[in-house]
Design a protein around this ligand. Structure first.
Ligand SMILES: [Ca+2]
Ligand SMILES: [Ca+2]
Length: 70
């Protein structure tokens, strides 16, 4: 895998970039989730998986796909 792609892949849902999508990321997601069409700050961009400028249940569904626990 090219290194640029690897960096991108590592960043998906792993917003604290600690090599795992885990409860630490979930805690950060909880702070960011505000519901549909409620804008979020740039610190929450990592959790706006569908790029519609909010963090809602649709984004949580995507987050679950990457979550490994621990
Ligand atoms: Ca993480
Ligand atoms: Ca979103």
């Amino acid at each position: 895998m090219p290194s640029e792609l690897r960096v991108f892949w590592d960043y998906i849902a792993n917003c604290n970039r600690d090599e795992a999508v885990d409860f630490a990321d979930y805690a950060d997601f909880e702070v960011c989730v505000a519901g549909p069409d409620v804008g979020v700050g740039s610190e929450c961009d990592c959790f706006d998986f569908d790029h519609d400028e909010d963090s809602d249940l649709a984004d949580f569904t995507a987050f679950q796909a990457y979550f490994i626990g621990n």
